[in-house]
Design a protein around this ligand. Structure first.
Ligand SMILES: *[C@@H]1O[C@H](CO)[C@@H](O)[C@H](O)[C@H]1NC(C)=O
Ligand SMILES: *[C@@H]1O[C@H](CO)[C@@H](O)[C@H](O)[C@H]1NC(C)=O
Ligand SMILES: *[C@@H]1O[C@H](CO)[C@@H](O)[C@H](O)[C@H]1NC(C)=O
Length: 308
C-alpha cells in the first residue's frame, strides 16, 4: 500500500472518459486492483499522465530534449519506481568530473548494436536487478567478441546465486561483485537454460552443463572520466556503467536525448550498459541499453567496469 490514500481520495475526479482509459491501461499492463488501491493507483496514473503531457509540451517547444510516454510504470509514484527499479548499491565516491575532451583519433560515433554485440532489451520486472542486466550485457558483448556468437546470458543466475559475493538479489547489487562471482563460479548459464524471473527469493539453480560464457577478468574505467569511457567503448565494446535515474522523467522516457539538469554525479542508483555514443544536433549523447535511452553526455557516468 502506498501512502497517498488521503489526498488521493480527495482529489479523484471520475469521468466516463478516464474511466475507460483507466480500464484500458489496466488491461494492457495486466493490473488488477480492488477497493482503495484501485482509487489510489488511478490517482497516481492520472497525475503521471498529466506530468507526461506537461513535459511533452515543453518538448514540443524545444525546451526539453526528450519526450515521455505512458508505460507500465504509469501507476507508480517516482519514489516507488526508484525503490523497486533502481537497485544499484554504489559506494558513494565523490567522482571527479573530467569534461569531455574527446580524443581526435576516436570515431565521432559508435553503435555496437550494428556489429551484433548487443542482445535485445530485456525486462527486469519489479526487481532491483539492473546490476545483473548490466553485467550480462557487458559479458554478452565480450563473449561475442571472442566467439562470434551472441548468446543471451542469465540474470537470474546472478540474482539467485551471487549473494555471498555481496549482491542482494532484487534488493540491489554491483557489477564488480557479479564479475567476481562469474569468475569464481567458472561461468554463467545461458538465458535459455535459466530464464529470468523477477523473484526475490528463488534458490540458486545454476547448472554447470548450461554455462554460456566464462570470464577471465575485468577492468575499472576511471570514475567520472568521459574520455576514459569513450576510449573503452571504442576499444572494448559495450561497457557497464552507473547513472542517476531518480529524476522524474526517466521512468517514462520514450524518445530523444535524455538530459536532466538536476541529475546527480554522485547519487548513482541505476546500472546500465553503454553500447555507443554519437551526436544529435548540438547534443553529444551516450547510447545506453535499457529503454534505448540516449543520455546527453553531461549526464554523468561513473563506476564503470570493463570485462576483458
Ligand atoms: C529497461 O526498459 C524496459 C522498457 O521500458 C523495462 O521494461 C525494463 O525493465 C528495463 N530494464 C532492463 C534491464 O532492460
Ligand atoms: C574483437 O575485438 C578485436 C579487437 O578489438 C577485433 O579485432 C575483432 O574484430 C573483434 N571480434 C568481433 C567478433 O567483433
Ligand atoms: C574496481 O573498483 C571496485 C570499486 O572501487 C573495486 O572494489 C574493485 O576491486 C576494482 N577492480 C579491479 C579489477 O580493479
Amino acid at each position: 500500500m502506498i501512502k497517498l490514500a488521503v489526498c488521493a481520495l480527495a482529489l479523484t475526479v471520475a469521468s466516463a472518459n478516464t474511466d475507460t482509459s483507466w480500464l484500458i491501461f489496466k488491461a494492457k499492463y495486466n493490473k488488477a486492483y480492488s477497493g482503495d488501491e484501485d482509487i489510489i493507483r488511478r490517482f497516481v496514473w492520472q497525475s503521471n499522465l498529466k506530468k507526461i503531457e506537461e513535459h511533452n509540451e515543453l518538448y514540443a517547444r524545444g525546451i526539453k530534449s526528450y519526450y515521455l510516454g505512458e508505460n507500465k510504470y504509469a501507476d507508480m509514484t517516482t519514489d516507488e519506481f526508484n525503490r523497486i527499479m533502481n537497485g544499484l548499491n554504489v559506494h558513494k565516491e565523490p567522482g571527479k568530473y573530467v569534461s569531455g575532451q574527446y580524443k581526435a583519433y576516436l570515431p565521432d560515433s559508435v553503435d555496437w548494436r550494428e556489429k551484433g554485440y548487443v542482445t535485445p532489451v530485456k525486462d527486469q520486472g519489479a526487481c532491483g536487478s539492473c546490476w545483473a542486466f548490466s553485467t550480462t550485457g557487458s559479458l554478452e558483448g565480450q563473449h561475442f567478441n571472442s566467439t562470434g556468437k551472441l548468446v543471451s546470458l542469465s540474470e537470474s543466475n546472478l540474482v539467485d546465486c551471487s549473494r555471498k559475493w555481496g549482491n542482494k538479489g532484487c534488493g540491489g547489487g554491483l557489477m564488480v561483485y557479479s564479475y567476481q562471482y562469474v569468475m569464481d563460479n567458472k561461468g554463467i548459464d545461458t538465458e535459455k537454460s535459466y530464464p529470468y524471473r523477477s523473484a526475490p527469493h528463488d534458490p540458486c539453480k545454476f547448472k554447470r552443463a548450461d554455462v554460456g560464457a566464462t570470464q577471465q577478468g575485468y577492468k575499472n574505467v576511471t570514475s567520472g572520466s568521459e574520455d576514459a569511457l569513450q576510449k573503452a567503448v571504442v576499444e572494448v565494446g559495450p561497457i557497464s556503467a552507473a547513472i542517476d535515474a531518480s529524476e522524474g522523467g526517466f521512468a517514462f522516457y520514450s524518445g530523444g536525448v535524455y538530459d536532466e539538469p538536476m541529475c546527480s554525479s554522485t547519487n548513482l542508483d541505476h546500472a546500465v550498459l553503454v553500447v555507443g555514443y554519437g551526436n544529435l544536433g548540438a547534443k553529444d549523447y551516450w547510447l545506453v541499453k535499457n529503454r534505448s535511452v540516449c543520455l546527453f553526455f553531461f549526464f554523468f557516468v561513473s563506476f564503470i567496469s570493463v570485462v576483458c
